[in-house]
Design a binder for this molecule. Structure first.
Ligand code: ATP
Length: 530
């Protein structure tokens, strides 16, 4: 699998384009072309169908309660203070004044050296590293190289220092980029959230942020949903929508973009059941990717180690995919046990009580234990198990990352009848075009029959009519678009009302009565039965 070939096909066939390409593009932003828009819509629709409308049965075989939400991209800025984004999204950064590269200040380290043993300390060299120990090793190697090249007889001074520890009086803060002799700026906080202003005045009081995740809109509506619908824990609220992060280093095609779409569920449950629900969602989400054609040897659930976990998290599993651009699997989705952190934070910051009162349980409770003491009764009512802050399990997936994984997974080259072809082996539910309707020749009544079939299928599915060129070339075009079925109207159709069904993956052909075509397509495209 070659990433360059996938990228080239995506551009040539209209899956993905660079955003504002005619103006030179904009780093970290992507547009989906006609085929890509259908593909990504199918990804989101499959998620909504399989997770919101018809999720798999719960751990005890019960039906899952799940409702949808569509919250605003711009929210009251206090939301981001409560969630921790306003603080946590600020990493100090340093810029190179010459090459303009930007680095996280805590990942750049300086070391000083002497050109001669005992001589004056003359210069600083810089390296990029994860921590001081790794930096020291790199600095040693770098110094050895310098010594060798310039025949110096100096020494490296131990005690490296990160660029966060900036001394303005020092002359040198060199850029760590290879071949660049520029100087770095002082560390500056660089907020990953995109800032905007609401209203006419661009002052601090009107400042707002584009959401960096869809999840917070769910938490802030927790009470609205409870009060307006009949759901009660355990239940989930799901949302699909855009998120924006001013990523320092967008890379790997659409994998790390600055504008992307998330598909998130916040599942609210009783604390005593949260482990069970965490395991349920982890397994459901892994299975979903497999059901849609991601091979298990490229899919890896990775349970985060204790040190990696966010401070509030009891457990997190990253569901990762082995993309062709990396030797290590990369995150498609995080399934996190978030405890009561989110609802507690929003309760504190908003002053609104976001605990849940289980009135059914209270109605069943034996109140004789309180001996008619109303105060005691009230106290008991306001404590677990009757009133509690639900725990949250969050499966948070990226629609663009999964779309990219689907493109990588589908891409294949093979030979058919001695001829090389490129074929996108999409799962039929995700394929942008479900079927192509092809009259073998443009005469003898074939176009009329083909058109009739095309019009019959079009109200339900994205189907494509193609009468241009040799039939082999038309099949090849559909293979590249990933169309799972071609229905060809040929000479025999005129005699017995059957069509040729040509299958994308093995190129096998069979005959099918034309009136059975809709049922055959419906069967191939149906979501899983629960
Ligand atoms: P990463 O470690 O890769 O930055 P993250 O752990 O910050 O990701 P989350 O905040 O958990 O990501 O977001 C949930 C999901 O949103 C990710 O699993 C991913 O699919 C998607 N996502 C996050 N950041 C980006 C991005 N910059 N571009 C595309 N998708 C993203």
């Amino acid at each position: 699998m070659d990433m360059d070939k996938i990228v080239a096909l995506c551009k040539r066939r209209g899956f993905i384009f660079q955003a504002s390409e005619i103006y030179g593009g904009l780093n970290g932003f992507w547009d989906y072309g006609p085929l890509g828009a259908e593909l990504k819509k199918n990804v989101k629709d499959a998620w909504w169908q399989d997770m919101v409308r018809n999720p798999p049965p719960g751990p005890d075989g019960q039906e899952i309660a799940m409702v949808g939400l569509d919250s605003a991209i711009i929210q009251n800025p206090k939301v981001w203070e409560a969630s921790g984004h306003a603080a946590g999204f600020q990493d100090p950064m340093v810029d190179c004044k010459k090459c303009r590269r930007r680095f996280r200040a805590d990942k750049v380290f300086f070391g000083s050296l002497r050109m001669e043993v005992g001589g004056p300390e003359v210069a600083a060299i810089a390296v990029e590293a994860d921590d001081a120990t790794a930096a020291q090793k790199l600095l040693d190697e770098e110094y050895q190289r310098l010594v060798k090249k310039k025949k110096l007889r100096g020494e490296i001074l131990h005690g490296v220092r990160a660029a966060t520890d900036f001394h303005p009086a020092e002359k040198h803060h060199p850029c760590p980029a290879e071949g660049c002799d520029g100087e770095l700026t002082e560390p500056r906080t660089f907020n990953l959230m995109f800032k905007t202003y609401v209203g006419a005045l661009e002052d601090a009081s009107n400042q707002a942020w584009l959401r960096p995740e869809t999840a917070q809109g769910i938490f802030t509506n927790f009470k609205n949903v409870l009060d307006s619908s009949r759901v009660r824990p355990p239940f989930g609220i799901a949302q699909v929508g855009k998120a924006f992060r001013n990523e320092i280093n967008p890379r790997n095609y659409t994998f790390r973009s600055r504008e992307f779409e998330q598909m998130e569920i916040e599942f609210f449950c009783h604390p005593s059941e949260s482990k069970k629900w965490y395991e349920y969602w982890r397994d459901v989400r892994i299975r979903w990717y497999s059901e849609l054609g991601i091979r298990s040897d490229r899919l890896r659930p990775r349970e985060q180690g204790e040190k990696e976990l966010a401070f509030y998290s009891v457990g997190t599993t990253d569901i990762e995919y082995l993309f062709p651009f990396s030797d290590e699997p990369q995150e498609l989705e995080g399934v996190a046990h978030r405890g009561e952190y989110d609802l507690t934070q929003h309760s504190k910051h908003s002053g609104k009580d976001l605990s849940y009162f289980d009135d059914e349980l209270w109605a069943k409770a034996d109140k004789s234990a309180y001996g008619g003491d109303k105060k005691k009764e009230q106290e008991a009512k306001n404590k677990p198990p009757y009133r509690y802050v639900p725990h949250v399990i969050e499966p948070s997936a990226g629609a663009d990352r999964f779309t990219l994984a689907v493109l990588c997974e589908a891409y294949a080259e093979d030979t058919v009848g001695g001829e090389a072809r490129t074929v996108m082996r999409f799962h039929p539910r995700l394929a942008p075009i479900k079927a192509a309707i092809l009259p073998l020749v443009n005469k003898e009544g074939m176009p009329e029959i083909a058109h009739k079939l095309y019009r019959e299928l079009k109200p339900q599915w994205n189907v494509y009519y193609d009468d241009g060129g040799a039939i082999g070339r038309r099949y090849r075009r559909q293979d590249e678009a990933g169309t799972p079925f071609c229905f060809t109207i040929d000479g025999q159709t005129l005699q017995d009302n059957t069509v040729t069904v040509r299958h994308r993956d093995d190129c096998k052909q069979e005959r099918l009565p034309i009136k059975e075509v809709p049922a055959m397509l419906a069967n191939a495209l149906k979501p899983p039965q629960r």
